[in-house]
Write a protein that binds this ligand. Structure first.
Ligand SMILES: Nc1nc2c(ncn2[C@@H]2O[C@H](COP(=O)(O)OP(=O)(O)O)[C@@H](O)[C@H]2O)c(=O)[nH]1
Ligand SMILES: [Mg+2]
Length: 187
């Protein structure tokens, strides 16, 4: 399905009527700098919808976008941002975990990883928590453009083995590979 409209609605830091209004939600999660905002921008084919910043850890709210007037995309703060001070770190993780696990939002989850780096410890922790709750997860292996050509097939195969049991989509916000496939998976 094509995306015809995408509108930023608001950033929220906790309970909000919008999250409970019955519109289906898709959550974009991943480590800071994995490319959550860039993936959303690529999906909706807009340069600047989700502010993509080269400075990690900048997004501290749940940023809600309304897509095709029928689905919310929710851009979450990145987890595992070690350089934030302890209070900020805890606030961000509490917000992410509350949204994903302790409330009734039940979003479909897009887990964004760096295709070149692969799964990190914090990705594994998040994936295990999602699996435990039986959440539907689509894994986006972003930054696929950074994998050396000679390593590409091998690296994708390794990633599929690592994330066994989940749909994994090789993706690049730069070359736009995977955009169509992810749209299909979500809408
Ligand atoms: N080479 C490459 N760089 C990317 C890609 N996606 C994002 N980036 C870069 O990675 C950095 C973090 O992206 P951003 O979307 O802000 O990540 P977020 O913190 O997860 O929202 C930025 O400098 C982006 O330009 C990609 O597919 N390929
Ligand atoms: Mg971001």
């Amino acid at each position: 399905m094509k995306i015809n409209s995408a509108v930023f609605m608001r950033g929220v830091k906790g309970d909000n009527d919008m999250l409970d209004d019955g519109v289906p939600q898709v959550a974009f999660i991943g480590r800071s700098n994995a490319g959550k905002s860039s993936v959303i921008n690529s999906l909706v084919n807009m340069k600047d919808l989700a502010r993509s910043s080269s400075m990690p850890g900048r997004t501290r709210e749940l940023n809600i976008f309304k897509i095709n007037n029928s689905v919310y995309f929710v851009d979450l703060p990145g987890y595992g941002y070690a350089r934030a001070n302890a209070d900020t770190f805890k606030q961000i993780n509490d917000l992410v975990y509350w949204y994903l696990f302790n409330s009734q939002h039940n979003p479909k989850v897009v887990l964004i990883i760096d295709a070149e780096v692969g799964m990190t410890k914090s990705d594994l922790g998040m994936l295990e928590a999602l699996e435990e709750k039986g959440r539907e997860v689509v894994v986006v292996a972003n930054k696929a453009d950074k994998i050396k050509k000679s390593q590409y097939q091998n690296q994708i195969k390794k990633l599929r083995e690592t994330f066994n049991g989940h749909v994994l989509i090789p993706f690049s916000s730069v070359t736009k590979i995977g955009v169509g496939e992810l749209q299909e998976a979500l809408l």
